[in-house]
Design a protein around this ligand. Structure first.
Ligand SMILES: Cc1cc2nc3c(=O)[nH]c(=O)nc-3n(C[C@H](O)[C@H](O)[C@H](O)COP(=O)(O)O)c2cc1C
Length: 235
């Protein structure tokens, strides 16, 4: 697999190193309404389910995985910092999983990131400089059951955190569609779609969604429009 796009945006790195701000939020999944999804919900066996003939069966619908990384704790927040219990990307993932029939996999780092914003920035810089692949505590067993992967993360130093490269390196995305989504402070999508195109060359990369972290719970219309655009919401 090609080496991920080199780190970008030294200016932004400086901005985020110098800035003092933060975040945190909540999210859950359609299959885990508790809001603390730490495990993957594997596809259910629906072979014995009786369905209305007009209702498309699971086999006819795209089989969708929503995989995301999100970090709770101190983070950037409207020019300041805030310490929230659930990350912004997790909040966005919860909204998406409420709208789409999908299985949810929350990517957990084997070595959790610090609670502090500055310490997390410093660790991320080290990981980017080393082109590291931080270990995942709960690796996904298999990607074969899925046609579409909604792949979510925050933006860290103007790209996806390196743990997303750990995730994409571990799977064969041949024939699958990746729909990237991110939360950010200022950088927008920051080219993660291009990065996934480089690291998953046999996947189709669909339109990405970028939501400002502070707005993650207030952008349902934007999320719905994106899901329609990528063909996952039809009504
Ligand atoms: C280590 C670190 C680096 C960040 N770098 C950027 C950045 O380069 N550009 C940006 O727009 N936001 C940056 N942010 C802000 C996050 O992308 C934003 O707050 C995001 O919503 C956090 O999502 P989460 O709560 O799911 O982790 C950074 C945050 C952290 C912790």
């Amino acid at each position: 697999m090609p080496t991920p796009t080199p780190r970008r945006g030294l200016l932004t790195r400086g901005l985020f190193l110098a800035a003092g701000v933060c975040i945190g939020t909540t999210a859950c999944s359609a299959d885990n309404p508790t809001g603390r999804p730490a495990t993957t919900t594997e596809p259910r066996d629906e072979s014995t389910t009786v369905t209305d003939p007009a209702t498309p069966t699971r086999a006819e619908r795209p089989r969708v995985l929503l995989a995301y990384f999100s970090r709770a704790g101190e983070n950037y927040y409207n020019g300041g910092r805030r310490n929230l219990k659930v990350g912004n990307t997790e909040m966005l993932a919860e909204m998406i999983s409420d709208l789409v029939d999908c299985n949810v996999h929350r990517i957990e780092p084997a070595d959790p990131y610090p609670q502090g914003y500055d310490a997390t920035v410093a660790r991320n810089v080290e990981e980017q400089d080393a082109d590291a692949r931080p270990k995942i505590a709960n690796p996904l067993n298999s990607m074969t059951d899925y046609d579409t992967v909604l792949l979510g993360s925050p933006i860290w130093n103007v790209r996806a955190p390196m743990i997303m490269s750990t995730f994409t390196d571990a799977h064969d995305f041949t024939g699958k569609t990746i729909c990237p989504f991110v939360t950010y402070a200022v950088s927008g999508l920051a080219g993660v779609d291009r990065d996934y195109a480089a690291s998953c060359p046999t996947a189709r990369i669909s339109t990405g969604l970028a939501v400002r972290g502070e707005d993650a719970t207030r952008r349902r219309p934007q999320v719905e429009a994106w899901l329609r655009r990528v063909g996952l919401l039809t009504d």
